[in-house]
Design a binder for this molecule. Sequence first.
Ligand SMILES: [Zn+2]
Length: 289
Amino acid sequence: MASYDRSPLSDAPVSGARFMAPGQVSGDGVAVRQPAHPDGLRQPDGLHDSAARCKNKVLAALPRDSWERLQPHMRRVLLHQGDVLQESGAAVEYVYFIESGMVSLVIDGDDGARVEVGVTGREGVVGGCCVLGNHHSVHLAIVQVAGNAYRIPDDAIRAECKRGGVLQNLLHGYMHLLLAQSSQSAFCNRVHTLEERLSRWLLTVQERMPTDDLDLTPEFISHMLGVRRSGVTVALGVLQQAGLIDTARGHITIRDRDKLKTCACECYETVRARFESLDRQSKDSQSSL
Ligand SMILES: [Zn+2]
């Protein structure tokens, strides 16, 4: 069983660079879901059972031999809202296999502007570019919804991928998904209205939360969507007037998810369909073991 680190990224390669403005979003506002076992560890019946019960879909799809080679390198870490997993342009030291929560992939501009171009949850990994032979992160990867992940050194992942097989195939598939997601974001930012984009974004965040209540301020959302805060405030007001959400200071509650879907642009369903396609590939990998 992999060891479990109770400290948030206590020995992670990057720390301290928080994206949220002071006081905007409390890390306490998004609680890490408590594991079923009181000491935070699942109780595996056997080594490979822990792979099958892993919530990260890439790890869960690994065959026994691959899991056994990686398991000694695994460390389970808590992800707190605002933690930076990777800096843009920095060498990738660890690959994070997300089990719960959500990580935003952000592009930084020279003028301080920051825009989200993709998200990663338990369907994928942060740092998977190593499978493409590139060891430098394209994005700033920042935890948006708290959770936990398995962290594995980059060199261990590369060694496993060099063997070919399931991990390499799954990471290739996930990197293709990220490419599709960032391409869709570029299209979305150019073509769709702010209300449509905001609806899509709220749905994407909520899917990775255990609750309909989101600790998000207009300023934080404005950074993620790359628009002015005043525009976000207006768009939130439109959605609230339509009865889709409630807003309070730093807090958004989704009231009608189905109607919110009707307000979201087509990009929501397009990306969702790609995620489901990748999910089927992972299940096919598992069933063929
Ligand atoms: Zn769109």
